[in-house]
Design a protein around this ligand. Structure first.
Ligand code: AMP
Length: 555
């Protein structure tokens, strides 16, 4: 019987070597030692997920609940918790340190299968009290070493240097399967645990998409301009408007419909009107597309749609104010036919044969030749205040989870803001021991007041981060453990995709996908951007977009 402590020992060995081959060897040995029930669990846990792809359950353990249980079990006070965070900056290591004195359970007390059961109990518990109790049951049953990996699992990040590709490789090595056969099965089945089960039985070739198990999404490679797009893709390309909504994969089989988001979560209950409409699609299908907010013949801005995010079973008033439609651009399965390897033009033809219908539209598509025409379409799209264009190679297959050159995305150049750093957090993993995650602010016009607008951690070089850490330590006003307030001295230029109203930050706005573009050593704090410029940028983004949707069904 495999236990959590066996898992921890193998995970430590994997983390302890930088050799990919050795990591794969250790994991393959471990997987071979698992029985049928343990194998899918071990495979999933090593790749950092608790549940199978397509399983709608989530643990949903907040930081506050986790900290409370940890404090209780470890008997730690504020100062000790803060010290542990400062020293380790990793939830697993902090957990082990706080629970270090806990010696009431022997190693091996929790089997992997029992761990699975205790994790399910956390997912099934609703309300803070029962969630706290379920988490307590789990952490109380484990050794500090085991708890370390439980914490990593709960946070969704194992940090043992094991990319998913290596877990796939280990499944192949463990059961004597070709790497290509394993990755193809993963592409089709989606869930690595299920693939491991197929591999044991030597039936990887039987893998095919499962109804109501989401496939990974095909991704696009960004290009700077039309010339680059044509150079990469050839003269004849298909262009589609790049809609700014929520990517969703739609499964429809008989009366049952499900929508899955990009992170493979079931979001059907957030968009009941789309789900209800999809029942009328005249075939069983798996479709790729995007949910958009659509009202009075116009696509509403992303912000409007955002009000529906996370809202399960929205009321009639919400659905009336922000009606959702689905724009489809690809057909992956129709009935018994798996179409992933069929060329895009065939998939599109079959999609068109199914036809648009109420609330389900087809993405606007044009076939163009050469950079000049792409540029024209791009300008059109920008004129419509659209995000940009998607360029697609008409002969290409659908490759789940891959970012290749068969789909390119062309976006408008990004805006930037000059901001000042007002707070910083210790980084994780590679960024451990440096203050890499910064909170920044803009100035309220004609005052010295600063209001926060976002957080970012990517974009600077390691040398810059090291230098910044030194300055941030010197300029700390208050140390709150893993967060510190600093004197506003460092000016950064941040890039982002959009500015949106938000209650998360003091400014009343938040940036979408913020990243650090440059350290503005040249710019004094007195010259950073102001709240009125933020308002201007936000207003630009809210002008309604006349995106093209062929026969979208909202009247
Ligand atoms: P990325 O995900 O960053 O590779 O960029 C592609 C994203 O653009 C997808 O995830 C979709 O949400 C979005 N998108 C908008 N319109 C389209 C389209 N016509 N085809 C594919 N993706 C689209």
């Amino acid at each position: 019987m495999v236990t959590l402590d066996d898992f921890a020992t193998a995970a430590d060995a994997i983390a302890g070597t930088s050799s990919k081959r050795e990591k794969v060897r250790v994991l393959a040995d471990f997987l071979r030692g698992c029985d049928e029930e343990e194998l899918p669990l071990a495979t999933r846990y090593f790749s950092g997920s608790v549940f199978a792809t397509g399983d709608p359950r989530t643990l949903n353990v907040g930081g506050a609940v986790f900290s409370r249980v940890l404090r209780d079990l470890g008997g730690a006070g504020d100062a000790e918790m803060a010290r542990a965070w400062r020293q380790y900056a990793d939830v697993g290591d902090v957990t082990r340190a706080v629970l270090a004195g806990k010696d009431d359970v022997p190693a091996g007390a929790v089997t992997l299968v029992r761990l699975g059961g205790l994790l399910c109990a956390i997912a099934d518990a609703s309300g803070v009290r029962s969630k706290t109790a379920a988490l307590r049951d789990l952490l109380a049953a484990t050794t500090p070493e085991g708890a370390r990996y439980v914490a990593k699992l709960i946070s969704g990040d194992m940090r043992i240097g094991l990319r998913e590709g290596l877990v796939e490789e280990a499944v192949g090595v463990a059961f004597g399967a070709e790497p290509a056969a394993v990755s193809r099965a993963v592409m089709l089945v989606g869930d690595l645990g299920e693939v491991a089960r197929l591999a044991v039985h030597g039936t990887l070739a039987d893998a095919r998409p499962q109804w109501f198990v989401p496939l990974r999404f095909m991704l696009a490679t960004p290009v700077a301009d039309a010339e680059e797009a044509i150079a990469r893709m050839g003269e004849d390309v298909w262009v589609e408007d790049k809609y700014d909504g929520i990517r969703c994969q739609l499964h429809r089989r008989g009366e049952r419909v499900a929508l899955y988001s990009r992170d493979l979560k079931d979001v059907t209950r957030q968009f009941p009107e789309v789900a209800a409409a999809a029942v009328d699609v005249p075939a069983d299908v798996i479709v790729d597309g995007e949910v958009l907010a659509f009202h009075g013949g116009m696509v509403m801005p992303f912000q409007a749609l955002q009000t529906r995010l996370g809202r399960v079973d929205p009321g009639a008033d919400v659905m009336r104010a922000v009606p959702a439609i689905y724009v489809a651009w690809d057909l992956l399965v129709e009935g018994d036919d798996v179409l992933l390897d069929a060329p895009l033009h065939q998939r599109r033809q079959r999609l068109e044969r199914l036809g648009p219908q109420e609330r389900i539209a087809l993405a606007h598509l044009e076939s163009v030749r050469g950079a000049a025409e792409v540029n024209r379409r791009f300008q059109d799209a920008r004129g419509r205040r659209n995000e940009g264009l998607m360029l697609k190679q008409p002969d290409s297959p659908y490759t789940p989870g891959r970012r290749g050159l068969n789909w390119l995305k062309l976006k408008q150049p990004l805006d930037t803001l000059d901001v000042v750093v007002v707070g910083a957090e210790w980084g994780h993993g590679k960024r451990r021991g440096v203050l890499s995650d910064v909170t920044f602010a803009v100035r309220v016009d004609a005052t010295d007041d600063l209001v926060t607008i976002g957080k970012a951690y990517s974009g600077l070089t390691d040398a810059e981060i090291a230098e910044m850490t030194k300055l941030l330590l010197e300029s700390t006003i208050a140390d709150h453990g893993h967060y510190r307030t600093v004197r506003p001295e460092i000016v950064l230029e941040v890039a982002f995709d959009a500015v949106q109203p938000s209650t998360r930050h003091k400014s009343g706005y938040a940036l979408r996908f913020p990243r650090i573009a440059r350290w503005r050593h040249d710019k004094p704090v007195s010259e950073i951007d102001t709240l009125s410029r933020v308002r201007q940028l936000a207003a630009l983004g809210t002008v309604e977009r006349e995106q093209r949707v062929d026969q979208a069904g909202d009247q």
